[in-house]
Every structure is written in structure tokens, then in C-alpha cells.
Design a protein around this ligand. Structure first.
Ligand code: ADP
Ligand code: MG
Length: 263
């Protein structure tokens, strides 16, 4: 809950139609301030489309998105960013020829607090937000490298730093560890744990179930644009529908073992 006693984010009966396809269908859920909500589900379930609606890239066909009690359903992406929502993407998105530091500076400059004065100079506040974001993901010291030269883990951390530099209250991450090795995934997990501990509310989409269940306080599993499960990560492994349409028996048993040994 926020200071106003409301959830930080509420999706109320949101739907997104592409022609006859309901990519997200009449979905409602709340996210409390400080929570980490994990979203899973098969390819094509509508997970990214949900993020596109929340972040304003592709507004809902119907339904409402409320952020701290304010209706943001039809706001453009930059207004949603300034309201305090940032996101990362499934595929890396950065300015290839700019340095690590300049990538994050650009994000800080366009982020929510920093555009007090029109012009090209980057103010001291944006500069310090960029520094903090780089430190938060552990990229300090690699600031001068052009983004294009970074290894894949660092590129993902850079995209995360860009999102953090906008000073979000809510951070959306779309498959952040896709393509990383188990060791790199562990590293990413410690970074996200630190970000969550700093008080930023997080929604993350991930197929890597180990990552999803260890970080999330609650999980939501989607299939064909609808919710098939919402609740504690632990409940996933005994949910028949989730096992049948998503996890399969083997993965569900491995996950059960991990949760028994892991925490
Ligand atoms: N811009 C679009 N135009 C038409 N169909 C789309 C568009 N974006 C996504 N879809 C469709 O919506 C469904 C959900 O896609 P998506 O949200 O990307 O799923 P997920 O992220 O869960 O894999 C898929 O069937 C996909 O093909
Ligand atoms: Mg997706």
C-alpha cells in the first residue's frame, strides 16, 4: 500500500485486442508498494503486451491502469516514465556508439525529476542520478566503454541502469536474464535483490523459474491473455493447470526441490 492506502499499481479489467486476437483478456491485479511480482507463462501468453499497456507503448483496448490512484491508461510513455514507471525490454536497447556513462546520462536527463531547464546540458542532479544508477548495477568503472563493446551481462545491466536513472517507483523487467549463464543469472539476481531492498517496487517477467520464484513475493502465471495462477511461488509446483500448460512435470519437480533446499 502507498501513503494514500491504495495499491501502487492496479490493472482493472485490462484487455488488448489485435484484430480478433485478445492478447490480454480482461485481466485485473494489484501490486502493493515494495512488492516483487513475478509474471510467467508460455510464449504468446500476453506478458510483454501487458507491459506495453502499463508503460504506455501500446494503450489498453479497454480497462484501466491506475498508478498510485491516478488513471494512467491513456498517457503517453514519457508521461508514464515521469509518473515513476520505468521498464527494460526483452532485447537489449541502448545507444550503441555512446559510452556506458552517456547512455545512463541520457536516461537520467529524460527521467522524471531532471528536466527543469530546457537545453542540452545535463544538470548536476541528472549526473548524480546517472552515477547512482551505474553504482546500483555495478557498472562503475566501465563507464567509458561504448555500449556496443559490452558483453551480454553488462548490456543487460546497462539497460537496467538506464531504467533506474529515471528514478522509478515501479520497475518493469521483461525477461531480464534470458540468454545468461546460470552464474550470470545469479549475479543478476543479487543486483535485483539489492534494488528491491532499496524500496523500488518490481514486476518481472521471466521464463527462468529459479529466478522468478526466488525473487518474487507473489507470482502471476498467464496463458492466452488470462490468469491461470496468482499466489505464492510455492503453490506453483502443485497447481495442475500450471504444470499442464507451462511447467511440465520435470520442471515442476526440479523447482519443488529447489524451493525445499533453497531458502
Ligand atoms: N503488435 C502486435 N500485433 C499483432 N499481434 C501482436 C502484437 N504484439 C503481440 N501480438 C500477439 O499477441 C500475443 C501475445 O504476445 P506477447 O505479449 O508478446 O506474449 P509474451 O510476451 O507472453 O510471449 C501473441 O499471440 C502475439 O503474436
Ligand atoms: Mg514477451
Amino acid at each position: 500500500m502507498t501513503a494514500t492506502g491504495k495499491p501502487l499499481l492496479s490493472c482493472l479489467r485490462v484487455s488488448k485486442h489485435f484484430g480478433a486476437l485478445a492478447a490480454v483478456n480482461d485481466l485485473s491485479f494489484d501490486v502493493a508498494e515494495g512488492e516483487v511480482l513475478g509474471i510467467g507463462g508460455p510464449n504468446g501468453a500476453g506478458k510483454t503486451t501487458l507491459f506495453d499497456m502499463i508503460s504506455g507503448l501500446s494503450p489498453a483496448t479497454s480497462g484501466e491502469v491506475l498508478f498510485d490512484g491516478r488513471d494512467i491508461t491513456r498517457l503517453p510513455p514519457e508521461a508514464i516514465c515521469h509518473a515513476g514507471i520505468a521498464r527494460t525490454f526483452q532485447l537489449n536497447a541502448s545507444f550503441e556508439s555512446l559510452s556506458v556513462r552517456d547512455n545512463v546520462r541520457v536516461a537520467a536527463y529524460f527521467g522524471r525529476d531532471n528536466r527543469r531547464f530546457a537545453g542540452l546540458s545535463i544538470g548536476r542532479q541528472a549526473e548524480s542520478h546517472a552515477e547512482e544508477a551505474l553504482a546500483a548495477v555495478g557498472l562503475t568503472g566501465k563507464d567509458d566503454a561504448p555500449a556496443a563493446t559490452l558483453p551480454v551481462l553488462d548490456r543487460k545491466l546497462l539497460m537496467l541502469a538506464g531504467a533506474l536513472a529515471t528514478r522509478p517507483r515501479l520497475l518493469l523487467m521483461d525477461e531480464p536474464v534470458g540468454g545468461l549463464s546460470p552464474k550470470e543469472t545469479d549475479h543478476f539476481m543479487t543486483v535485483v535483490t539489492r534494488i528491491a531492498a532499496s524500496g523500488i517496487t518490481i514486476i518481472l517477467i521471466e521464463h527462468v523459474m529459479r529466478f522468478l520464484v526466488q525473487l518474487s513475493s507473489r507470482v502471476l502465471i498467464m496463458h492466452h491473455g488470462e490468469r491461470i495462477y496468482e499466489g505464492a511461488p510455492r503453490g506453483l509446483i502443485s497447481d495442475r493447470t500450471v504444470i499442464d500448460v507451462y511447467l511440465g512435470e520435470g520442471a515442476s519437480q526440479r523447482l519443488g526441490k529447489l524451493m525445499t533446499e533453497g531458502r
